[in-house]
Write a protein that binds this ligand. Sequence first.
Ligand code: AHM
Ligand code: MG
Length: 339
Amino acid sequence: MKDGQFDQLILPIGTTLDRFINTQQSNFPFAKGEFSQLLRDIAIASKIVNREINRAGLTNISGSYGTQNGHGEDQQKLDVVANVRFIRALKNGGEVCAIASEEDEELIDTGNHNGKYVVAIDPLDGSSNIDVNVAVGTIFSIYRRVTPTGTPPTSEDILQGGTKQVAAGYILYGSSTMMVLTSGAGVDGFTYEPSLGEYYLSHPNMRMPKKGKIYSINESGFAQFPQAIKEYLRYCHEENYSARYIGSFVADFHRNLLKGGIFMYPQSTKNPEGKLRLLYECFPLAFIVEQAGGMAIDGEQRILEVIPTKLHKRSPLHIGSADMVKTVKKHFLLDHVRV
Ligand code: AHM
Ligand code: MG
């Protein structure tokens, strides 16, 4: 072994998520200990969910739960487990007064009326992939409440619009488990070390490539897509871009964030509003993508500027490398000329 090579091998793993949160706290004048504690609560729940997912094939926890959520979608057992884990952690933490979850039709009042924060969460996104051992994710978004502390939260607290997020993140339960986080000062990625039970900073200051050659879309809907998307897809084919689509938003997004690419879930004649939900799917990843130098639009408008009218509002989404998203936008603008 060459000089210094051994030292490289035994370098300490580095900064834990906990330590990172503590140092970041000083950058946010409003963020006293509550905000840090809230991020820690999410991290703890994610470790438990990670454990459940890893054992899914061994326990009776995969497959359908036999119920539907408020959108009429079949709930998987793990959807329900993850929802309970995150809600319990957020309720017990005490910093959050309300939670909007994909799995619950109404806004959840945690009973902590002195809590300053509200959270929107998709506890387990892409959960239909669990049974086939494919990556899934958790997506979350944090706001400061707008109603006075000490009073019951209202939907006004959560329907503020994406620009009002104070933090957002996702956990990718993949070949390794990662948490990717922004609190408005760049994006940082943490990899989970299961034997130590800690997230460690592994991807500091993540930047998305300006251009990419990957497009991610469920192309089976081609005939039902708007003209702009059909034209853009033809352009992707001509440019010899690679098609990559797992069907787990977090996993598809994460790959594109690292390698450069675009993820699209457009409106269609089947889903005139698209499929993905603003509060806990589009907004958090749009906040992250912008913080990493990318873009997110619903066609012509910046996603973060859309004001949601209801808890589970859906939106078309085109998100990824800035130059690719700009090209999609150009195609939507051209649609007006074509009409
Ligand atoms: P879910 O929240 O019910 O899991 O649905 C969201 C998922 C995303 O992860 C993924 O991008 C999309 O649905 C895939 O949808 P489709 O099967 O229509 O391609
Ligand atoms: Mg989802």
